[in-house]
Design a protein around this ligand. Sequence first.
Ligand SMILES: NC(=O)c1ccc[n+]([C@@H]2O[C@H](COP(=O)([O-])OP(=O)(O)OC[C@H]3O[C@@H](n4cnc5c(N)ncnc54)[C@H](OP(=O)(O)O)[C@@H]3O)[C@@H](O)[C@H]2O)c1
Length: 276
Amino acid sequence: MTAVALDGRALAVKIVASLKPRLAALPRAPRLLVVAASADAEAQSYRRQQLKACREAGIETSLAEKLPSPSGFKEYDAVIIDRPLPAGVDAQKLFDSLPPEQDAEGATAYNLGRLYALKRYDDFRAQGLVGPCTALAIAELARETRVPLAGKAAAVIGRSNIVGKPAAHLLSCLDLTVTLCHSKTRDLATIVAGSDVVVAATGRPGMIEAGWIKPGAIVIDAGITMRGKNVVGDVDPAAAQKASHYTPVPGGVGPVTTAMLLANTVTLAERALEKR
Ligand SMILES: NC(=O)c1ccc[n+]([C@@H]2O[C@H](COP(=O)([O-])OP(=O)(O)OC[C@H]3O[C@@H](n4cnc5c(N)ncnc54)[C@H](OP(=O)(O)O)[C@@H]3O)[C@@H](O)[C@H]2O)c1
């Protein structure tokens, strides 16, 4: 079987187009502050993509080296802090210094708590929630397959607070039965082989072997690792021969992640401007 490639760029265009009426209904353009906390080359390239996508969609952006003073937050509807963070930084402490109502990545404890209280994915928008962009992108890509997901088995490999853990929760909100795997998981190959949806989020290139994939499974690869000038994912590309759908790397999860940042920013601007 040759899988359908899930085109993240096309889905991103669709998501951003769906934001247009919401942007047009606002009294002014949303304002996003990007805090350039990371000197990492990949983070800088991702930042350039974010800024370009925002500008094209009509979101005003500013760039700062560090977080503004507490009163300075008022100038913005949304704030995102670049990753990876410099070594030694307590990530949750840093994210919790953001006001939850300006947290463009849904990374504060308050917004994560709201997210984990969600039961049905369809209620995410209705409740005006924001969430970790890559986890949201994974859920959007799973839905984009149009394959009925309810009751099926999913394996998420990687349990970070920003990708694996919230992705596992969102997939459970899509009624999948989810196994959350990590570096201490025993017999990962058997868990993956029994899964209809496989999400890889480890940053370990090729660690998910093609032979593990159940024929017809949906494979979503969030992994990003630079190999020379190339970006590679966590899943052996030969898995495309067994899957029904797979995300290419690059061009799969990445562009949808950026689109979800725009969606979070619009949600926060709507909330802020409706209150004023
Ligand atoms: N596409 C995008 O837009 C996007 C956005 C963000 C991140 N990413 C990428 O996604 C990947 C994961 O990012 P992250 O921030 O979640 O990374 P992270 O914080 O380093 O977490 C990696 C996770 O992988 C698990 N793991 C490591 N080795 C494993 C193994 N041999 N077997 C099973 N699990 C293993 C770790 O388990 P333990 O918890 O036991 O250590 C951990 O939970 C990275 O490649 C990153 O670049 C992509």
